[in-house]
Write a protein that binds this ligand. Structure first.
Ligand code: ZN
Length: 378
């Protein structure tokens, strides 16, 4: 599995200029290659000799690779849309799906493959263009002990130099090996929600609640209030800063919750974690006006991604189950009804905390909705 690690760069002003120029030239080159591929000729056989760009040749190679990958994705999208439109035509519908727009890189960036950068204890070396010539520069960094460990052990992939907010950072992709999956073990159902960020129920009967829904809701309202206030006074930079800060905090919360879930799973010999299939979470969670905002913005997706990749690293399989009625079905008699408050009481006499019911039904669910294979970022 591929993960990535973000590293801060402490550039001198001159280095910053060189890197910025290189990044701008990089996206200009990729965009012009995409233009050529769409309007002039295929670029599948292009080499560095075919590309006139003021860049180190290693970066030109990477530009060609990037442009090819952008074209591949674009072609795939076009094919999908044209198939959709054919179907619409057959059905006699006048509606047509719009053609995808030509993909263009807008944010300055550059990708450098693992042959062309070197990470040392306190600096990174990579090539940039200085006065029309390719030269390696050495930029100061400060790696945490955890990062040093990761980068020393792992097989490294591409390094991406990107703008994050107003800063330029390096993101290094690395490969992590996954342990095999065990044959025997318990099953854990995890229910994600607003009031309770996560609840787990394990087939050995143990139960755990994670996170603090009330605190998260308070925080989101607080930031939303700050945003509105600043928007009114046109403090756009401050709004962006606050958005970034909120995102950072929410990511940290999701990392902590997913970490705790995996810790519990490992302690209880869990071999499979079951989650609700994501697309339906919105429709199965009941809404009220007060939590509407937080509900639709709560990134269940990110949390489930974190759970998924941390599970894979721990040798635990993640499966997605059909979410219909998981919060309404009685696990004893199978009757379906709503819980009106925090407690779920069934006519058969079974009663349970409502948030726990979901996790229990997900754990027991045999409705297998498949697992997905996606790329993750740490
Ligand atoms: Zn019942």
């Amino acid at each position: 599995m591929q993960l990535s690690e973000t590293i801060k760069l402490y550039m001198t002003n001159k280095q910053k200029d060189f890197i910025t120029q290189t990044m701008n030239e990089y996206i200009k080159t990729v965009n012009s290659l995409v233009f050529v591929a769409l309007n002039v000729e295929p670029i599948s056989k292009y080499t560095t000799a075919d590309v006139a760009a003021n860049l180190p040749s290693a970066l030109i190679n990477q530009c060609i690779r990037d442009a090819k990958s952008i074209i591949r994705k674009y072609d795939k999208k076009c094919r999908k849309i044209s198939a959709q439109n054919k179907k619409l035509e057959k059905q006699g519908s006048a509606i047509r799906t719009k053609e995808p727009s030509v993909p263009l890189l807008k944010r300055p960036c550059c990708y450098i493959n693992n042959q062309n950068f070197r990470i040392m204890n306190d600096h990174i070396e990579f090539p940039v263009i200085i006065d029309g010539r390719s030269k390696r520069i050495s930029v100061r960094t400060s790696l945490t002990d955890r990062q040093k460990q990761i980068l020393a052990d792992a097989r490294l992939g591409t390094m991406r130099i990107v703008c994050k907010g107003s800063k330029i950072v390096a993101q290094i992709v690395y490969e992590v090996s996954e342990p095999g999956y065990p044959d025997e073990g318990n099953i854990m159902g995890v229910d994600l929600g607003i009031k309770c960020p996560a609840v787990s129920y394990i087939s050995d009967g143990s139960v755990k609640f994670y996170g603090n829904g009330r605190k998260n809701r308070y925080m989101r309202r607080h930031y939303s209030y700050l945003r509105k206030k600043l928007q009114k006074t046109n403090h756009i930079d401050a709004v962006i800063r606050i958005n970034n800060k909120e995102q950072r905090i929410m990511k940290d919360i999701d990392h902590k919750i997913s970490h705790d879930i995996i810790k519990t799973a490992v302690a209880h010999d869990v071999k499979i974690i079951k989650l609700e299939r994501l697309s339906n979470i919105r429709s199965t969670t009941r809404t009220s006006r007060k939590n509407n905002h937080s509900l639709h913005n709560w990134p269940f997706f990110r949390l489930s991604q974190y759970i998924e990749y941390k599970a894979r690293l721990a040798g635990i399989k993640v499966e997605y189950v059909d979410p219909s009625y998981t919060s309404q079905t009685c696990p004893v008699c199978g009757r379906i009804h709503h819980a009106n408050d925090r407690n779920y009481t069934c006519k058969c006499g079974f009663h349970i905390h409502r948030d726990l019911l979901g996790a229990m039904n997900i754990c027991n669910s045999t409705e297998y909705a498949g697992d997905r294979d996606i790329r993750h970022t740490a």
